[in-house]
Design a protein around this ligand. Structure first.
Ligand SMILES: *Cc1c(COP(=O)(O)O)cnc(C)c1O
Length: 433
């Protein structure tokens, strides 16, 4: 069966009633689903490419992509084909056995990064948990540190498990969940002096810094790119001291920035790094990569039932190969430049509201001024009304993370809609809201 036939069979055509479902009821949803999310008032039903449709049939340009995740957009034929093929062949068997797809995906990652070894799991938090465990075991067994400390950055984001909210340098994610995990210490991002001070001050008794866990570009924390000189110095400090350098590439990895990995923008390679969001193009998968020298896990020391199963690995491999075959990284760079240029032109029209445009490739942030009453959420709401989906990155930054296949025309359309949205948001705020 050809790719096209499988794709046609599996894709639900727009406005089709072929899958019966009762009309969406927000009250019954809120009764049943635990209220862990503040959701925007829309229910999405289907998608194609960079567009999604809500349950009312309204179309949106998707510049969220499942939060920097759906790299190939929605219902991409290569994903439809891979999902269909893999579910018909074999989807889950556990890591009691060898899984050929897992080996193939690991090899693809190794060939396209500085990694020598890969461990598969299901999410970004879980990948960071694996990195934290690996760093702690390395500290105990190689660095001979009794009480290892991991440095992380203020305004970082590393996930929602107990260890990763502790690693996350933002009190709002930790409140009411204490006692937190011991063994973490925070430093300001892009401030090398703070790292040097922490390393020397924390070297006391059984305590010593064992690893630095950091994002090449802070995503959730406001789309803040890492500084090249800072990261080069981090690498140098780690080389001199044996401290492990761990990069959280969950949001910026897998082509999002126009390179496969965020660290390529910084000219330094980590010892360990993690990936998730874009890795499977929207299929739940996470991974932790390491250099050979820090691969200290023995059989039985870390595991995941679902981790690296044939289904997710088969699909993620198809996503990786499609990005590569279709030269998507080039598109990411070109569309990123187009988007930033367009946003800068809009920013010039609203100097009292917009402070700065920044980002790499197709992860970009628009920061509002501290003077304006407008919040990122106000703008995101106004953009929904104009037919574009965006996501805040903190209270004052609007984030643009479209699928990596976004076209020139779609970027232009999003810019036009965004221009109207900001105008509208100003009117609403100005009228006493
Ligand atoms: C989203 C994110 C995570 C957490 O990933 P989950 O899959 O939600 O657990 C961790 N680190 C970074 C940098 C992220 O952006």
């Amino acid at each position: 069966m050809s790719v096209q036939t499988l794709a046609e069979q599996a894709t639900i055509p727009p406005n089709s009633d072929s899958i019966a479902s009762s009309p969406f009821n927000v009250d019954s949803f809120n009764e049943a689903v635990m209220s862990t999310y503040a959701r925007f008032p829309l229910a999405l039903e289907r998608g194609a490419g960079c567009r999604v449709w809500d349950t009312q049939g309204r179309e949106y340009l998707d510049f969220v992509a499942g939060i920097a995740t759906c790299t190939l957009g929605h219902a991409h034929p290569a994903m439809v084909e891979a999902v269909t093929r893999q579910i018909q062949k074999l989807h889950h068997v556990s890591n009691l056995y060898y899984i050929p797809e897992q080996g193939e995906l690991a090899n693809w990652i190794i060939q396209h990064s500085c990694a020598d070894r890969v461990f598969f799991c299901n999410s970004g938090a879980e990948a960071n948990e694996a990195a934290i465990k690996l760093a702690r075991k390395y500290a105990h067994t190689v660095l001979d540190i009794e009480k290892p400390i991991i440095l992380t950055a203020n305004a970082s984001f590393h996930g929602r498990t107990l260890a990763t909210i502790t690693a996350t340098g933002q009190p709002k994610y930790q409140k009411h969940f204490d006692p937190l995990m011991p063994g973490f210490h925070y430093v300001n991002y892009n401030d090398i002096n703070a790292v040097e001070v922490a390393i020397s001050e924390l070297d006391e008794g059984d305590y010593r810094v064992a690893a630095i866990l950091i994002e090449p570009l802070q995503g959730e924390g406001g789309v803040r790119p890492g500084d090249v000189a800072y990261f080069k110095k981090l690498r140098q400090i780690c080389d001199e001291t044996g401290i492990l350098l761990i990069f959280d590439e969950v949001q910026v990895g897998m082509g999002r920035t126009g390179y496969w990995w965020g660290y390529e923008h910084l000219g330094v390679e980590p010892d360990i790094f993690t990936s998730a969001k874009g890795l499977g193009g929207g299929i739940p998968i996470g991974a932790m990569m390491s250099k050979k020298f820090c691969d200290v896990f023995q059989p039985g020391e870390h595991a995941s039932t679902f981790g690296g199963n044939p289904f997710v690995c088969g699909v993620a491999l198809a996503v990786c190969q499609t990005l590569e075959r279709e030269n998507i990284l080039q598109n990411v760079q070109a569309r990123g430049e187009q988007l930033r240029a367009g946003l800068k032109a809009i920013a010039a029209k609203y100097p009292h509201q917009i402070r700065e445009i920044r980002g790499w490739g197709l992860i970009n942030g628009l920061e509002l001024t501290s003077d304006t009453q407008l919040t990122a959420a106000d703008i995101v709401k106004a953009a929904i009304d104009e037919g574009v989906l965006l996501v805040p990155a903190g209270p004052k930054v609007v984030r643009f993370v479209p699928p990596l296949i976004v076209t020139e025309a779609e970027v232009n359309q999003a810019l036009q809609a965004f221009d109207k949205a900001i105008d509208q948001a100003i009117v609403v705020k100005g009228s006493g809201d």
